[in-house]
Write a protein that binds this ligand. Structure first.
Ligand code: ADP
Length: 327
């Protein structure tokens, strides 16, 4: 019988004195899925990850991995591995010895640990650089060494704390694709903490949106974007207008509102700002009571009939594009 390798958090709580950083969170990370914890700074996502890694004591609740309660186990005994933001590579050790280091800590003989390290280095295409020191590598290469080192203990789940934030924007997108590919190849779950909406949407099988120590929504990237559970998620994920009427609150995607002719229910608005974004144009308009809306249109339709700043027009949307938000 194969052991299921999912991670389960049961009312997992972290308190620092008076502060509740993680508030009785329930979450299932399915086996072999890419899961991103997404939320603003201070929402508790690192505390949650550190509790799973065993780098932080859990105040209350349980952490179950592959059917075993790991809540109080030391980091090396959990079946988890962590990759840090700054990679935390040892500057005086070679790439090979960096990758082999966790095995050395476990008392594994040199030949065996070097064999294992080389197997992982091959996987991340760095075997030819195994004798180098970390400062002789590019940022992207250092990142892959850190990844190989995290994988060398054969973990059941890989934990990644803002793994791309130290990279420049170009490399970030490249390595992001590599991470996703590696997760697919390895077939284990990745639990990745990020404050970047783009990153979470691009990578995740499951996006977990956190705010003030709680989960606001845990859904596929498609559903988090198209069916945000509430106003917080709609605003945080971006790309939406949150519109309030006397009776309801709803979200309409910025590319699903349109400007132009007066129709039933259309709102009179004034063009405030126009930003060219390459493939599309972002237009900010102001309605009654200074309410602001964003409209995104494909560049071609904008330039076929450009608006001028200060012009008056009407904002409308199709009823089926208005997604109701929980109060
Ligand atoms: P995030 O990773 O989402 O930025 P954190 O988990 O780091 O959030 O922090 C969540 C909350 O817990 C914040 O209010 C933060 O100030 C607090 N916090 C985090 N670490 C500590 C600590 N070691 N001592 C006291 N408070 C902490």
């Amino acid at each position: 019988m194969s052991v299921s390798r999912y991670l389960e958090l049961v009312k997992t709580t972290k308190r620092y004195g008076e502060t509740t950083a993680v508030d009785a969170v329930n979450l299932t990370v399915p086996e072999s899925k890419y899961v991103c914890i997404l939320g603003p700074s201070g929402c508790g996502k690192s505390s949650l990850l550190r509790m799973v890694a065993g780098h932080e004591v859990t105040s209350e609740g349980d952490i179950i991995l592959a059917g075993s309660n790991i809540t109080n186990l030391p980091p090396a005994k959990r079946g988890t591995a962590m990759m840090f933001q700054n990679y935390a590579l040892f500057p005086h050790l070679s790439v090979r010895d960096n990758v082999a280091f966790p095995l050395k800590m476990r008392g594994i003989a040199k030949i065996q640990r070097h064999n294992e390290a080389d197997r992982l280095l091959e996987r991340v295409q760095l075997l030819p650089l195994a004798a180098r020191k970390p400062d002789q590598l590019s940022g992207g290469q250092q990142q892959r060494v850190a990844l190989a080192r995290a994988m060398v203990t054969n973990p059941q789940i890989l934990l990644l704390d803002e793994p791309l934030s130290a990279l420049d924007p170009f490399l970030r997108i490249k390595i992001r694709a590599e991470l996703k590919q590696l997760q697919r190849d390895l077939g284990i779950a990745f639990l990745h903490v990020t404050h970047s909406q783009d990153e979470a949407l691009a990578l995740s099988d499951l996006v977990v949106v956190m705010n003030e120590g709680r989960i606001e929504q845990a859904s596929t990237a498609h559903d988090v974007f198209n069916k945000p559970a509430n106003e917080f998620v709609a605003r945080f994920i971006g790309g939406h207008n949150v519109i309030e009427t006397d009776s309801a609150k709803f979200a309409v995607r910025t590319d699903r509102v349109s400007l132009g002719k007066k129709s039933a229910g259309a709102l009179p608005v004034n063009i405030r700002q126009i930003e060219f974004l390459g493939t599309r144009v972002s237009i900010t308009v102001i309605g009654e009571s200074d309410l602001e809306f964003s409209v995104e249109v494909p560049d071609r339709s904008f330039f076929n009939r450009p608006f001028e700043i200060g012009a008056s027009t009407f904002l409308s949307w199709k009823p089926e594009d208005a997604h109701p938000l929980a109060a």
